[in-house]
Design a protein around this ligand. Structure first.
Ligand code: COA
Length: 263
């Protein structure tokens, strides 16, 4: 039953996750989050080289299921984060590159889910909104943290406190989305992007993703160490060695022997 709420489909090396609760604008109920958790653990996803997440129907997602907010207590909310509420972090922590394909409403927890992806492709119908403060709560699926990282604290406050709606063009100007495409083409473009990402050396891409994600919290020294250790781990891989061999043999007798030893 819960599996039906999130479709998992392989298209070559890309795994497509489809939120499937269109009658409720893909509101992220506990059952949807459980299904998303199962999708993240599935064989189809684990063996893929890139992941796309999208929503069925007329929205990406209208956010947390507001009908589940009633009677929440501090204890039940903490239990929620232990049980299903950390699925946004599990999505963000995937070693593969991830792309959110956004159309229609992208609200509250739906936007927080999209923010947990590496790239956000929106079509011209996309509308972004964080209504939490207006309804007496706060974005709490990693959204405030990611927004500050992505946009800076003033822009994050503007979105969280003040904005009724942000359209796709403005979301692009703000840096909230990485690309805007014509209406109806978000999934197609996200897939195209994912196919390109899936063709890159997966170990290098995964380490680059993890290094970049860690940089926001790393000191300069730790950041440089992460880079250097990652390079040391990657330099001897067949991909890196083959690329060097191909370059060196391509140079042939050109006589140019300059260059350093770094990646
Ligand atoms: N949780 C539960 N159900 C939701 C929902 C949510 N977050 N968002 C939409 N739905 C349901 C509606 O209740 C409605 O169900 P019904 O047809 O059985 O009555 C259906 O999805 C369609 O929504 P509707 O409000 O009719 O669509 P709309 O296009 O007029 O408005 C929104 C779209 C997103 C502006 C509006 O649905 C909305 O404000 N939703 C709540 C957003 C929210 O507060 N999210 C939580 C943030 S923490």
């Amino acid at each position: 039953m819960t599996e039906e709420l999130v479709g998992v489909e392989r298209r070559g090396d890309v795994c497509v996750l489809m939120l499937r609760r269109p009658d409720k604008l893909n509101a992220l109920s506990t059952a949807v989050e459980v299904a998303l958790g199962h999708a993240l653990a599935s064989e189809e996803l684990r063996t893929s080289r890139a992941v796309v997440i999208a929503g069925e129907g007329r929205a990406f997602s209208a956010g947390a299921d507001v009908t589940e907010f009633r009677d929440a207590t501090p204890a039940s909310i903490l239990a929620y984060y232990r049980d299903t509420g950390d699925v946004y972090e599990r999505f963000a922590a995937l070693s593969q590159p991830t792309v959110a394909a956004i159309h229609g409403w992208c609200v509250g927890g739906g936007l927080e889910l999209a923010l947990a992806a590496d790239f956000r492709v929106a079509d011209e119908s996309a509308v972004f909104r964080l209504p939490e403060v207006a309804i007496g709560i706060i974005p709490s699926s990693g959204g405030t943290h990611r927004l500050v990282r992505l946009l800076g604290s003033a822009r994050a406050k503007e979105l969280v406190f003040l904005r009724e709606r942000v359209d796709a063009a403005e979301a692009f100007r703000l840096g909230l989305v990485t690309e805007v495409v014509p209406r109806g083409f978000a999934l197609e473009r996200a897939l195209e992007l994912a196919v390109g990402l899936a063709e890159l050396p997966s170990l290098a891409l995964s380490l680059a993703k993890q290094a970049i994600d860690a940089m926001g919290e790393a000191s300069r020294e730790a950041g440089l160490l992460i880079e250097r250790v990652a390079y040391a781990a990657l330099a001897q891989t067949p991909h890196a060695q083959d690329a060097v061999d191909a370059f060196v043999s391509g140079q042939g007798s050109s006589g140019d022997s300059g260059g350093g030893g770094s990646a």
